[in-house]
Design a protein around this ligand. Structure first.
Ligand SMILES: [Zn+2]
Length: 352
C-alpha cells in the first residue's frame, strides 16, 4: 500500500509518483512472519529478498541485480566495511531501485518512460529498458561525464541534454509529455530497492554503529533508513545505526550552504531534494549527523580509495572523505564498525 505523507490518503501498490494532493508517497509494508520465513533461500541474488518487496513475482525484470560483496579494512583503529555497490550491472547502486520500479512498470505494461538524472540513474534505467524493451528518455545535464553519455548512447537511450543546473534538468524532464515520468526523487518504489542494501549488509556483517552515505536526493540514504527500520521491527537489530549524510560543499541541503563549490560530486549536486524533510527526520531519529566536504578532500579520498583497489567515481569518494573528516574531529567511537557503500563505478567517468 502507498500512503501520502501529507493527507494520509492510501493507494494500492500500483505505479504512482505522488498523491492527488501533491504529497510524497511512501510504501507501507506489513510483514506478518518472522524474517527467516520471508527470506528466499532458492536464490543467491537479490531475489532472496523478494518477499520484502511490493512486487508481483510473475512479472519481474529479466535482469537481476546481485548481492554486492563487502570488503573489510581497518582504518585508524576503525573497522570499515566497504560494500561494493559499484559492481552492480550498470555500475551503481541505482540498479536496486530500478529493479523494483521496472517490476512495477511491467505489471502495468508501461513501455515508454522518462527521467532526469546526473547520469547513474539514467544509465541504470537505460540498461533495464534495453533488456525489457522499454523506451527510455533521459534528461541529463550537459556537463555530465562524457563516459556516461557514451554509455547512454550505446544503450540506445533517447538523450535530452539540458544546458543548465541539475534543478533545471529536473524541471525540463517534468515538462516532457508522452512518457511515464519515473523520477527516483519521488518514486516510492525506488526506496524499496535501495532498502535491500541494509538487509544484505545485516546478513553479511551483522550490526554496525555507523553508516556513511553520500547524500543528494536521498535515494540511498532513505532506502538504508527504511531497511534498518524494518530490521528493527523484525527484532533483528536493537536500534538503527547512526546514519551519516555526507554532502558536497556548495550543494548542502541539510545544513548551511557553503560558498565554495565542490563540483566533483555530480551524483549529489542536488540543493533542493523533494524528500529533504524526510532525510532530516531520519537523521534525527538515528542520532546521525550531516557534514559536507570540499573538492580537495574528495580528490584525496578518491586517491586513497584507488590505493585500496576501489575504482569508484568521485561521488562515492565524498562518503569516504566525510569519514576521514569525522575521524579527524574524533567524532566516531573507537573500535566501532562502519558500513560504507561505494556507490558508483569509476569506469564511467575516467576524467579525474
Ligand atoms: Zn495526499
Amino acid at each position: 500500500m502507498l500512503k501520502c505523507q501529507i493527507c494520509k490518503a492510501t493507494y494500492p501498490d500500483v505505479f504512482r509518483l505522488k498523491c492527488d494532493c501533491g504529497g510524497l508517497l511512501d510504501v507501507v509494508n506489513e510483514f506478518e512472519k518472522p524474517l527467516e520465513d520471508l527470506l528466499n533461500s532458492d536464490y543467491l541474488d537479490i531475489r532472496r529478498y523478494l518477499n520484502l518487496l511490493p512486487v508481483n513475482q510473475k512479472t519481474l525484470p529479466s535482469l537481476t541485480p546481485p548481492i554486492t560483496p563487502v570488503i573489510e579494512r581497518k582504518i585508524e583503529g576503525m573497522k570499515v566495511l566497504f560494500k561494493l555497490e559499484y559492481l552492480m550491472p550498470s555500475g551503481s547502486f541505482k540498479d536496486r531501485g530500478t529493479y523494483v520500479t521496472v517490476a512495477k512498470l511491467k505489471e502495468e505494461g508501461i513501455k515508454e518512460i522518462s527521467l532526469d538524472s546526473s547520469g547513474n540513474a539514467a544509465i541504470s534505467f537505460a540498461l533495464f529498458g534495453k533488456a525489457e524493451n522499454i523506451r527510455v528518455h533521459v534528461f541529463i545535464p550537459k556537463h555530465t561525464s562524457e563516459g556516461k553519455k557514451k554509455l547512454l548512447r550505446l544503450l540506445k537511450a533517447e538523450i535530452h541534454e539540458i544546458d543548465g543546473s541539475r534543478m533545471e534538468v529536473h524541471e525540463k524532464a517534468q515538462e516532457f509529455k508522452g512518457a511515464t515520468y519515473v523520477s527516483h526523487w519521488y518514486n516510492p518504489y525506488f526506496l524499496e530497492g535501495t532498502k535491500l542494501t541494509a538487509y544484505e549488509a545485516f546478513e553479511q556483517i551483522g550490526e554496525v554503529e555507523y553508516v556513511i552515505i553520500p547524500t543528494g536526493s536521498g535515494s540511498l540514504f532513505l532506502g538504508l533508513y527504511k531497511g534498518f527500520k524494518e530490521l528493527e521491527r523484525f527484532g533483528k537489530i536493537k536500534k538503527i545505526p547512526k546514519l551519516i549524510a555526507v554532502q558536497a560543499k556548495g550543494f548542502e541541503s541539510l545544513g548551511k550552504r557553503s560558498k565554495e563549490k565542490n563540483m566533483l560530486g555530480e551524483g549529489i549536486a542536488i540543493p533542493e531534494p523533494p524528500r529533504k524533510e524526510q532525510i532530516k527526520s531520519a537523521l534525527k531519529e538515528s542520532k546521525g549527523v550531516h557534514i559536507s566536504v570540499s573538492e580537495e578532500e574528495t580528490k584525496k579520498a578518491l586517491e586513497e580509495l584507488r590505493s585500496m583497489g576501489f575504482i569508484v567515481e568521485a561521488t562515492s569518494a565524498v562518503g569516504y572523505a566525510g569519514f576521514k573528516l569525522l575521524l579527524k574531529k574524533e567524532l566516531l567511537k573507537e573500535n566501532s564498525k562502519t558500513l560504507m557503500p561505494l556507490t558508483g563505478s569509476g569506469f564511467k567517468s575516467l576524467t579525474l
